[in-house]
Ligand binder design. Structure first.
Ligand SMILES: [Zn+2]
Length: 187
């Protein structure tokens, strides 16, 4: 069974919130999406185009159309093209430039994968003083124990990354200092 996003399922907190925003039209997907694929749909805000989005493992597919059913059909056709393609992956996205964050785009079908390559890192990009917001961020990572405990409970998968950010910011502060405060904080 395809996974329906929580905000479409009556009785969930997400559904209550989404219904309040009138962004949650009733709809039942009809295409043969894989079991582990999450799907959602709605009407865009500006412009108000019906859309259907699917998140098969590793990728993201969006269809748009006159109706949500037409949008699902378009998304499913893109998905079928992706499945049938003998992909040629690259970092370049047609008409949008080159992505350095590890995302990949197929030169043949336009298919997308979120993390196919290693991110391109500029050497020495850590060798500089902390900006004001990084100084604030480090302060909260090191001292706001209540917030950190809350974030760890809410986003357990990100906990290790948050510790790493704190260590990196602390090393940069020790080695390179912080940029002078600007605006009101400097007065
Ligand atoms: Zn392809």
């Amino acid at each position: 069974m395809v996974k329906i996003a929580a905000h479409h399922i009556a009785g969930t907190p997400e559904h209550g919130f989404s219904s309040m925003l009138h962004s949650n039209p009733d709809y039942t997907p009809t295409c043969a999406w894989p079991d582990d694929c999450m799907v959602q749909w709605g009407h865009g805000l500006v412009p108000a185009v019906p859309f259907f989005e699917a998140f098969p493992v590793g990728t993201f597919i969006r269809g748009e159309g006159e109706t949500i059913a037409a949008a699902e059909q378009q998304a499913f056709e893109k998905y079928q093209r992706d499945l049938a393609c003998d992909h040629v992956w690259g970092r370049h996205r047609e008409g949008r430039g080159t992505y350095t964050n590890g995302a990949a785009f197929c030169r043949k079908c336009g298919g997308f994968r979120g993390s196919m390559f290693c991110p391109v890192i500029v050497l020495g990009h850590m060798r500089k003083p902390l900006s004001n917001w990084e100084r604030d961020w480090l302060d909260s990572l090191e001292n706001d124990h209540e917030l950190n405990a809350h974030m760890d409970r809410k986003y357990p998968a990100d906990a290790a990354g948050r510790r790493r950010s704190a260590r990196m910011l602390r090393i940069r502060l020790n080695q390179f200092g912080a940029a002078p405060a600007t605006g009101e904080a400097a007065a």
